[in-house]
Design a protein. Structure first.
Ligand SMILES: O=C(O)C(=O)Cc1ccc(O)cc1
Ligand SMILES: [Fe+2]
Length: 447
């Protein structure tokens, strides 16, 4: 059976984008801006420099604000959260909670700060709408056109089956302006303490590497099949001997995690598989995380509780230089998870880090994890020592919202396309330690 692929491309680095729409408060907005070291572009050059923007904003007819931040090809759209006091660029906005003119998205009514939209660029919004409609998908916004003197954008919003996550499907090939209609240069956005003129080279994030969902137990197969049937995603194995049905299970040392990964291969239609290519192909990857039973309180269950349902747990941002990016973010006040102290002191890990050309002390100071990916799935080449050494470096921020929900990850891939088991364990343990500490502090504050 051939599956109709209604999408020309999902994320394509450089010229196309894959956006996230986040809904949150001013406090969390500050956290995001600090985290990612956005700079505000003060002059809008129009067509000639249509990519020359980092922060853009618009105000809907009812006064709701939307801000768009870009780092490389990664675009975050921040929607003002209704009924949130003191929110707004200037902190004085009066907010309508029922604003249906929130373009490129719906304005989600959600109880807590949340990242709830992943936008896919599609070839033909109308065709995608018809195809997905026949597949039984529920649309929140039917195909809708918006335009200004720079052209026309068509978009539509479809619900996913993962909690409050929805997908904006967008075609902006007929649009020549900067970002999207209605978005303007944002003036003194960060006029109270957040620097506006940063050297962005110090935080060279180029695109979204993956998005991880936190889901309830046994929900994963439904999610995978939904994305396979509707969006043409394919399973990929985090580990070569991973069980198709079980996924990648980490079930020891108090860790009880099931991970299942899928991707949309930009080149899948032509059969070109770019696995282990050193080119930074921005294939869209989703990871679904669920916890195993009998593991007590853990980060996935905490997410589900505090977020009030499944959703986006974290976003992996690809960086060319993880050390520089992490240092820049730390200087801006971002808090990262620290792996257990023993992580860097083992002789084997030290050798592994040095073998990859890094200094253990530097990685340790910045909480950066390193894993070697030993998979050899490219059957056309023999595994030699150098070919088999593919590295993955990762560092995770603490949750950026008030609740212990959404966080960001920096990832630098040196040929490794999957996720390192050592890193997954270290992340799990550091989050557990953080949650335990938080619980003790909270209990001490509210006995
Ligand atoms: O390693 C990664 O970046 C992942 O995305 C896998 C993952 C997902 C969820 C967890 O709670 C821990 C690890
Ligand atoms: Fe991740």
């Amino acid at each position: 059976m051939t599956l109709e692929l209604p999408f020309q491309r999902i994320p394509v680095i450089g010229e196309r984008f894959w956006t996230m729409s986040l809904l949150f408060s001013m406090q969390a907005l500050r956290a995001l801006v600090m985290c990612l070291d956005f700079s505000v572009i003060k002059t809008y050059q129009g067509n000639t420099e249509k990519d020359a923007w980092d922060v853009r904003g618009r105000v809907t007819t009812k006064g709701t604000k939307q801000l768009a931040f870009r780092k490389g090809a990664a675009v975050f759209i921040v929607n003002e959260r209704p009924n949130s006091p003191n929110f707004g660029i200037d902190g004085t906005s009066t907010i309508s909670s029922t604003d249906s003119t929130c373009l490129y998205d719906v304005l989600p009514q959600y109880a807590v700060d949340t990242a709830c939209n992943v936008c896919f660029e599609v070839e033909d919004v109308e065709r995608a709408f018809r195809f997905l409609g026949k597949q039984g998908c529920v649309f929140l916004v039917p195909p809708t056109e918006v335009c200004d003197d720079k052209g026309l954008v068509t978009y539509s919003v479809v619900k996913s089956i993962v909690g409050n996550v929805h997908h904006t499907l967008i075609d902006k090939t007929k649009y020549d302006g900067c970002f999207l209609p209605g978005f303007q240069e944002v003036g003194n956005l960060m006029n109270d303490g957040i620097p506006t003129d940063k050297n962005t080279e110090s935080c060279p994030i180029s695109h979204f590497d993956h998005i991880t969902y936190a889901c309830p137990r046994l929900f994963t197969p439904k999610v995978v099949s939904w994305y396979e049937r509707n969006f043409g995603f394919h399973r990929f194995f985090i580990e070569s001997n991973e069980d198709v049905d079980e996924g990648y299970v980490v079930n020891q040392d108090g860790i009880g995690l099931r991970l299942t990964a899928m991707e949309y291969l930009k080149a899948s239609e032509t059969g070109t598989h770019l696995m282990f290519s050193d080119k930074k192909e921005p294939d869209c990857k989703f990871v679904i995380a669920e916890s195993l039973p009998e593991h007590g309180s853990n980060q996935i269950e905490t997410f589900l509780e505090q977020h009030r349902g499944p959703g986006i747990q974290h976003v992996g941002l690809y960086t060319e230089d993880i050390v520089s990016s992490a240092q820049t973010m730390a200087q801006a006040g971002v808090h990262f998870f620290c792996p257990p102290p023993a992580y860097y002191t083992g002789v084997a890990k030290q050798k592994e880090i040095e073998g990859a050309g890094h200094e253990p002390q530097v990685l340790s100071r910045n909480g950066i994890l390193l894993d070697t990916d030993l998979r050899q799935t490219d059957l056309t080449c023999q595994a030699t020592d150098t070919q088999s050494k593919r590295y993955l470096l990762q560092v995770f921020t603490k949750p950026i919202f008030r609740e212990d929900t959404f966080f960001l990850e920096l990832i630098e891939r040196r040929g490794a396309s999957g996720f390192g088991e050592g890193n997954i364990r270290a992340l799990w343990k550091s989050v557990q330690v953080y949650m335990e500490t938080e619980r003790v502090v909270t209990q001490a504050e509210n006995p």
